[in-house]
Design a protein around this ligand. Structure first.
Ligand SMILES: [Zn+2]
Length: 366
């Protein structure tokens, strides 16, 4: 199965799921024809594994009508020639950065938050030196290598994150800050994902007054959807993906590989709405680790972003009752590639994606 077969797959869906799909998504398959010059033919066939696929390219455009997000899928793009795909050994490169690594001795070379440090079994917190927001901390792994982690470790990182959010909240209350506060957890791994420090670490922020714009946008889309259709957007979104074979559950987590990804292999993990204490966030961490480790083993994933959308820290959570805890995971491509995977299309128009969500789902589903 492939995203290119989407029109046929949607036709075959049971009536309810088909109606939900058509409510949430619009699909279009514009023809992409070109004529290679004779001198190019041999090279094109060699590079792309066939001339016909290049002459008549199949493109699938998927638009999420609820959130306004959209992706253009073309498998051929994953096969296009790229510069700088060296074969250096990533492990030895990571080792080189151990020399003088501030995060290998965080208690000496990484600042602490005004409320101190939180220690876990596999990590410790620090304050970020140049802050994004009023509260901006780090979960620094005891392990230097950013790709060496297992479920126990990521569970611990996420539990420590939850404790850090509570500490930041308590600190703000003590300081007399009466604004509502909103936590955000992110994990950027290696250079393509925007991480400047090689050593394994996650980032934590707490913002106030309102959540970050992307989070608020999604929440508002969900509220409008519920008003318009009397139905839960997140549950419908998951139902559509599951019916197509792109979604599955693991304990209280609903996972799916998105049909309108922001970039390669975007996978969502949703947990029921409500506060995310250490236990719940720890379970999410285990599931995130499962996805990342499977992608590492099966696709050679070496650079990624993870973002976790969480409800407000304050008691007053009006308007957040339906909003699930959501983790979004994206593959950012090979660390040796010189071409960035975000260009003007992604920044200002729509995401161009070469991985097929059906392939990714078949790798991840247990
Ligand atoms: Zn280190």
């Amino acid at each position: 199965m492939s995203v290119l077969h989407l029109p046929v797959l949607v036709e075959k869906l049971p009536a309810r799921e088909k109606a939900l799909f058509e409510r949430i998504y619009e699909i279009d398959s514009p023809p992409g024809c070109l004529v290679p010059e004779e001198e190019m033919e041999e090279w094109v066939s060699r590079k792309f594994g066939g001339l016909e696929d290049v002459k008549k390219q199949r493109i699938m455009r998927v638009t999420n009508l609820v959130t306004g997000e959209g992706a253009l899928f073309n498998h051929l793009r994953g096969r296009r020639p790229m510069d700088g795909q060296g074969s250096e050994d990533l492990n030895s490169l990571v080792r080189e950065y151990r020399e003088g690594c501030p995060f290998c001795s965080p208690e000496k070379f990484a600042p602490r938050d005004s409320f101190g440090r939180i220690r876990g079994k596999y990590c410790i917190t620090a304050a970020n030196l140049a802050k994004y927001d009023g509260y901006h901390g780090l979960v620094i792994s005891n392990e230097h290598h950013p790709l060496k982690f297992n479920s126990d470790m990521v569970e611990d990182y996420f539990q420590v994150a939850s404790r850090w959010f509570s500490e930041a909240d308590r600190h703000a209350v003590k300081e007399g800050d009466s604004e509502p506060r909103f936590p955000f957890l992110m994990w950027n791994c290696l250079w393509p994902a925007g991480s400047s420090v090689v050593h394994g670490h996650l980032q934590l922020t707490v913002t106030r007054k309102r959540h970050y714009p992307r989070v608020e946008h999604l929440r508002n889309c969900g509220i409008n959807y519920a008003r318009q259709h009397g139905s839960d957007y997140y549950k419908d979104l998951f139902a559509v993906h599951r019916a197509l074979g792109l979604g599955w559950t693991e304990e209280d987590c609903s996972l799916f590989v998105s049909l309108s990804p922001v970039k390669e292999k975007e996978t969502w993990i949703m947990m029921p709405p409500g506060p995310a204490g250490p236990e719940k966030l720890g379970r999410l961490g285990r599931t995130v680790s499962g996805v990342l480790n499977t992608l590492k083993e099966k696709t050679g994933l070496n650079s990624f972003n993870v973002a976790v959308y969480l409800p407000p820290l304050s008691e007053n959570t009006i308007g957040w009752e339906q909003f699930p805890v959501i983790a979004r995971i994206v593959d950012r491509g090979c660390v040796y590639r010189r071409t960035a995977d975000f260009g003007a299309m992604e920044l200002f128009a729509a995401s161009v994606v070469s991985s097929d969500p059906f392939d990714t789902a078949s790798l991840l589903k247990k």
